[in-house]
Unconditional design. Sequence first.
Length: 262
Amino acid sequence: MKNLPLEIKIVYITAIIVVMLFVLFIIFVVLTYNRKQLLYLKEQQLKEAEYQNQLLQKELEKQKMLEQERERISHDMHDDLGAGISALKLQAEFLKQKAEDDDLQNDIDELLKTSEEMNISMREMLWSLNSGNDTLGSFVDYAILYTGNFLKKTKIVVQSEYEGIIAEKPISTEMRRNLFLCLKEAVNNVYKHSHANILKLSFSQEGNNFSMKISDNGIGISEVHKQGNGLRNMKRRMSELSGECDIITENPGTSMVFKITV
């Protein structure tokens, strides 16, 4: 290059400078394009996040309205239906005091029994409707209370235990209600068919895995009852919750085990 004429050297250097400027221009264009693309993607992400937030807000407002409606129905039932059942019970007791005919007294006793059953059913519905009970601790407490009240006039002694339960763990209303209906059916089966004198409720939680076990020391469950509607309904309810329902033969007695992910 030292031997080249000055004019050629100038042309050569100019060409190199032009090429370098062109390369720098290409790099600048690419960087500018990438920056615009990045800004566009961020803008789209912000719009998507804003849209998702709006959907979430609408869903939260919907849930709040549903909870408010549940609370309103619960209060109306307690005030209107509860007062009506109490008044009916008082009137029946008053009539029983005045009745002298044995058949009439028996009829009034049946009326009192029916009113008490209606009162229990109403309390169950009120518990189901109350969104404040949508926790694992509330379910466990109510399950023990219900079983004790249901069997208090029988020879069956109720025992209970729980391990690892996180009381404030939230559960859905559907899950809480289906679990309770399974418990109710299992306890009723023990009362009607087991000839047991002990029923044990066991509740346990490991992480997100919750287990409810109803055990008795009775004569065991027959093949007929294994194929009955009650057991099919319990299995169906647990299946709807993506859970499990198992029958375990003990010595003596039977255990019903319900497992779900909470």
